[in-house]
Design a protein around this ligand. Sequence first.
Ligand code: UDP
Ligand code: MG
Length: 329
Amino acid sequence: MVVPTAIPKSRPVRPCISCVIPAYNESAHLSAFLRDLQLTLRTFAASYEIIVVNDGSTDQTEQAMAPHLSEEGIRYIALSRNFGKEAALSAGIDYARGDAVILMDADYQHPLELLPEMARLWLDGYDMIYGVIADRSDESKLKRWGTGAFYHLMETGAPINIPRNAGDFRLMDRSVVDALRKLPERNRFMKGLYAWVGFKSIALPFVPHERKSGVSHFNMRGLSRLALAGVTAFTTLPLRIWSAFGAFISIIALLYAFWIIGESLFIGNDVPGWSTLAAGLMLFSGIQLISIGILGEYMGRIYEEVKRRPLYLIEHDIDNGTITPATTM
Ligand code: UDP
Ligand code: MG
């Protein structure tokens, strides 16, 4: 019997690596980060481009970028306002021209030392090399519990397997990037989309560094919003759980109805029962409101999709020192 071997992937002889860096108020360390990134890329990439996506920063990001704008291999895309990290990443991915695209945060948390290893795995034939946070012990109990619940819901309800603790830090082959760009949805929960497109992927564990300066832009509220976007984009499990819960309550109510009918017929009932009624009414109004809320959450997403607004708007795009007129996607 002939054992089928994997089809070898052909990679370009002189590949160009694109690095997409979403930056929102990172001016304190952006310039130093770009220098370090350039030094790292020069050690292993034949050619590269660094795409800094300014996601509507309100700090000195423009000034920090100024000395870099005329440098070769630097592209600067300024969005017209803060659209959020997912949209900034989408913008960078849309404009990247490399054979492989690396997504990386601007705050030094994603180790630069890992990039050569990522590139090597890509040359070995992997299409997506994604960083997985190896140690989350420094995070709060509440955050870890929330993350655990989120992944549990996704694993049970979503037809795809979203790797636990994988973030946006990754290298993607051009084929993966093209596939991502074909996905039409507005609700871009990137972690889900990376998993949805598939391709030959491998995890690379890493321990994130400390943020160079400033604080994370994702507080508990932001993370909950992101988790909700992920759940509604990838699974209808909450709707199904609620249907099952509704069916369960209906059965209990029916049994109880039989019980009181029987009681009235055979024993006689002289208790008015208003307290049971009042409690039941309050309970079921609450349950109905929650159901409407869950339905509304999905409906709201449909509304967002049908409006077909652009994911982001570009104020200006400076490529190797040349300003290109503002375009929209
Ligand atoms: N970021 C962005 N837009 C936002 C929030 C964050 O482009 O609205 C960028 C930010 O500048 C950084 C990356 O996304 O490069 C990750 O953000 P952060 O470090 O705040 O998040 P965390 O590391 O806590 O996940
Ligand atoms: Mg960070």
